[in-house]
Design a protein around this ligand. Structure first.
Ligand code: CP
Ligand code: NVA
Length: 312
C-alpha cells in the first residue's frame, strides 16, 4: 500500500519511488479530466503557496499560480529581490517564518543547496521550481505527456540532445525511476554530472531501463521514440552563449536528426526555445512536436503533486 505523501518536500524525483511518481501522475490525470469537464476540484481550499523566484519564469510561475487557484487555494509571487532574503536575511529564517503563514513553498533559484537549506528549516512542503542542478516539476509534466502520447512509460526510448543541464539531470532521474531508456548526447565538456549519472544507473538496475551517455547524436537518436532538447545556455550562463554555440552545433534537433530516430518520434522541449540554435523552427513547429501539450501538462502535473503533498 502506498503511504501518504502529505507533508513531503519535492526537491528531486530521486526521493520518490516509481510507485509514488506513478501516483502523482495518476492524480494529475484525474485532476486534468475534472478540469476539462469543468468540475470544481478544490482539494486545497484555503491553502496558500508561496513562490520564491530568483530567476525569470513564464510556465512555472503561471502554472503554479493557476494550479493553486484551480485547487481552491491561492499563490503568492515573491521575487527574491523584494524579499529580505535579497538583503541577506538567512534562508533558515525565511523558511521558518514563511512556514507560519503558508502551506507550501515553491522556489526557483541557482544553487540547489539553497533549496535543501530552505527545506531543512521549513515545516511545510518545499517544491523545487528549478535549480542549476535539477528541474523535477518539468519532468513530472514530461512523464505525464509521454504517458498520454505513447500510452505507457516502461521501455520507451527518450533521446536528449544538448547540454547536460538541470533538465537533462531530472530526465535521467525521472526516466530511470519509471523504466524509460534514456540516451543523452552532449559535447564532451557538457556531459551530465557523474553523481546524477550514477544515481540514474542505480535506478535503472531496479527499473530495467537503459542509460547511455554519448557524444554522438546519431547514436542517441537511433530507435528513439522521443527526442528532447533544451537551451544551450541556461539562465545564469548568458555570458557563455557564444562559446556554447560553437560547440553545440552538431546537437541541434533538426530534420536530419529526426529522420534518424524511430518513425513517428515525437519532439519535446521544456521551453523557452531558441529557434535556429538547439532546435530548428521547422522541427519545433512540426506535426511531431508536442511541446505545447508538454507545457500545458506543467499545470496538471504540479496540481497532482501539490494535491498529494499539501492536501490530506
Ligand atoms: N520550462 C520552464 O520551466 O519554463 P519557465 O522558465 O518559463 O518557467
Ligand atoms: N535549462 C534551462 C531550463 C529552463 C526552463 C535553464 O535552466 O535556463
Amino acid at each position: 500500500m502506498l503511504t501518504s505523501m502529505y507533508g513531503r518536500h519535492c526537491l528531486t524525483l530521486q526521493d520518490f519511488s516509481a510507485e509514488e511518481i506513478g501516483a502523482i501522475l495518476d492524480m494529475a490525470t484525474k485532476l486534468k479530466a475534472r478540469q476539462k469537464k469543468g468540475e470544481a476540484h478544490p482539494s486545497l481550499a484555503g491553502k496558500t503557496l508561496a513562490m520564491i523566484f530568483q530567476k525569470p519564469s513564464t510556465r512555472t510561475r503561471v502554472s503554479f499560480e493557476v494550479g493553486m487557484w484551480q485547487l481552491g487555494g491561492s499563490a503568492l509571487f515573491l521575487s527574491s529581490q523584494e524579499l529580505q532574503m535579497g538583503r541577506g536575511e538567512p534562508i533558515k529564517d525565511t523558511a521558518a517564518v514563511l512556514s507560519r503563514y503558508v502551506d507550501g513553498i515553491m522556489i526557483r533559484t541557482f544553487d540547489h543547496g539553497e533549496v535543501e537549506e530552505l527545506a531543512a528549516f521549513a515545516s511545510v512542503p518545499v517544491i523545487n521550481g528549478l535549480t542549476d542542478l535539477l528541474h523535477p516539476c518539468q519532468v513530472l509534466a514530461d512523464l505525464l505527456t509521454v504517458e498520454e502520447k505513447i500510452g505507457h512509460l516502461k521501455g520507451v526510448k527518450l533521446a536528449y540532445l544538448g547540454d547536460g543541464n538541470n533538465v537533462a539531470h531530472s530526465l535521467m532521474i525521472g526516466c530511470s525511476k519509471m523504466g524509460l531508456d534514456v540516451s543523452i548526447a552532449a559535447p564532451q565538456n557538457y556531459r551530465p554530472s557523474p553523481e546524477i549519472e550514477e544515481k540514474a544507473r542505480s535506478n535503472a538496475l531496479v527499473s530495467g531501463s537503459r542509460i547511455v551517455v554519448t557524444s554522438d547524436p546519431l547514436e542517441a537518436v537511433e530507435k528513439a521514440e522521443v527526442i528532447y532538447t533544451d537551451v544551450w545556455a541556461s539562465m545564469g550562463q548568458e555570458e557563455e552563449k557564444q562559446a556554447r554555440r560553437e560547440v553545440f552545433g552538431p546537437y541541434q534537433v533538426n530534420s536530419r536528426l529526426v529522420e534518424a530516430a524511430a518513425p513517428g518520434a515525437v519532439i519535446m522541449h521544456c521551453l523557452p526555445a531558441y529557434r535556429g540554435e538547439e532546435i530548428t523552427a521547422e522541427v519545433l513547429e512540426s506535426k511531431s512536436s508536442i511541446v505545447l501539450d508538454q507545457a500545458e501538462n506543467r499545470l496538471h502535473a504540479q496540481k497532482g503533486l501539490m494535491a498529494l503533498l499539501m492536501g490530506k
